[in-house]
Design a protein around this ligand. Structure first.
Ligand code: PLP
Length: 401
């Protein structure tokens, strides 16, 4: 009998488990709209041309594979903060940002969660309802208490702004408020600039700490600057801000695990202390981060020609998703005779559409139509092609009614 007898089978991951189920299905019309990864119109994975170029340059340079410092590649940390806050942001000049390279968005969030657990004992993190499924896991594993604030209103298939504000107001003073910088996952619903201002007002009034997760910079609007506007607005108000970044989606570097955690502090001394503690948390967890993705990002952002190319490719990707969104809306509107208003599909932004399908309806999508998706009703439009929109619309209409 095994010494590991007491270990029970863990449930499959609700997001990554969808891909496994998809692979096991042999139906020719099957569609994987689970994981948020960009696909071409042919539904193939996509390596950005600019990444291929940067890779080639790296190979030619033949750099060594020595360990990086615990905080990561200096050139990467510099450009990643500039990309998020803006090159000319005074917080950068004043050295008030503690930036540490992380294992993509997830690892960066996990570092921040560990920092909160260690230095803000008992403090709560407020997360949106709903949110990306892994947020709860991250805070649970870091032993950080969390609760939810209202975000999605099923009646309007839009933002429950009043509920959100009320819940942030009601949270204990000094809570951490987790916000999606842009392209909210899974709903695809972002606050308007005016709503963001009110959110910042309340967070400031209550002495909360805004904690941004920005995994889709550039993917919401196609512009890196526009998508960072929420974060920059909070920083411009002089607030201390935490922000976790990811290059999985906007540079297609999923498997390179490249991202960063940034803590904007009110003094350079505080930033230096925070950075030292983030390093102290990282060291026994994974020692130091991988170099390859960091070099790719540093080379692309640090070179004006490559940077331009990246922006063009990102616009192309964001554009393809927008086209698919329009086609799906057209297909739903023309096929559905029930009079249902499908315009929410057009209003949502980013990679996803939150269909409002419940779990039983999602099961119908998968079991009858071979459409693989998360059971919260989220579909990844990045995994959809124009050619498959009509089929998907049939599946959605059938599942709704
Ligand atoms: N945060 C959100 C909201 C996400 O949707 C994702 C990826 O799906 C991540 C963070 C982190 O992804 P990664 O760890 O690949 O950077």
């Amino acid at each position: 009998v095994s010494r590991f007898e007491g270990i029970t089978m863990a449930p499959p991951d609700p997001i990554l488990g969808v891909s496994e189920a998809f692979k096991a299905d042999n139906h020719e019309l099957k569609l994987n709209l689970g994981v948020g990864a960009y696909r071409t119109e042919e539904l193939q994975p996509y390596v950005l041309d600019v990444v291929k170029k940067a890779d080639k340059l790296l190979l030619e340079k033949g750099e060594n594979r020595e360990y990086l410092p615990i905080e990561g590649l200096a050139a990467f940390n510099k450009v990643t903060a500039e990309l998020l806050f803006g090159v000319d942001n005074p917080v950068i000049r004043q050295q008030r940002v503690a930036t540490v390279q992380g294992l993509s968005g997830t690892g960066s969030l996990r570092l921040a969660a560990a920092l909160i657990e260690r230095y803000f004992p008992g403090a709560k993190v407020l997360i949106s309802s709903p949110t990306w499924g892994n947020h709860k896991n991250i805070f649970n594993d870091a032993r950080v208490p969390w609760s939810e604030y209202r975000y999605y209103d099923p009646k309007t298939v839009g933002l429950d702004f009043e509920g959100m504000i009320a819940d942030i107001k009601a949270a204990p003073e000094g809570s951490f408020i987790l916000l999606h910088g842009c392209a909210h996952n899974p709903t695809g619903i972002d606050p308007t600039p005016e709503e963001w201002r009110v959110i910042a007002d309340v967070i400031q009034e209550k002495n909360h700490i805004p904690f941004f997760d920005i995994a889709y910079q550039g993917f919401a609007s196609g512009s890196l600057d526009t998508d960072a506007a929420s974060v920059r607005m909070f920083v411009a108000r002089g607030m201390e801000v935490i922000a976790a970044q990811s290059y999985s989606k906007n540079l297609g570097l999923y498997a390179e695990r490249i991202g960063a955690i940034n803590v904007v502090c009110s003094s350079p001394e505080a930033a230096a202390r925070v950075k030292s503690q983030l390093k102290r948390i990282a060291r026994p967890m994974y020692s130091n981060p991988p170099v390859h993705g960091a070099r790719i990002v540093a080379n692309i952002v640090g070179d004006s020609a490559l940077f331009k190319e990246w922006n063009a490719e990102m616009e192309m990707m964001a554009g393809r998703i927008k086209n698919v969104r329009h086609k799906l809306f057209d297909s739903l509107s023309s096929k559905d005779k029930s009079g249902k208003d499908w315009s929410f599909v057009l209003k949502q932004i980013g990679m996803f559409s939150f269909t409002g399908l419940n779990k039983a309806q999602c099961d119908n999508m998968t079991n009858k139509w071979h459409v693989y998706m998360i059971k919260d009703g989220r579909i990844s439009l990045a995994g959809l092609s124009l050619a498959k929109c009509e089929y998907l619309a049939d599946a959605i209409i059938d599942s709704y009614h």
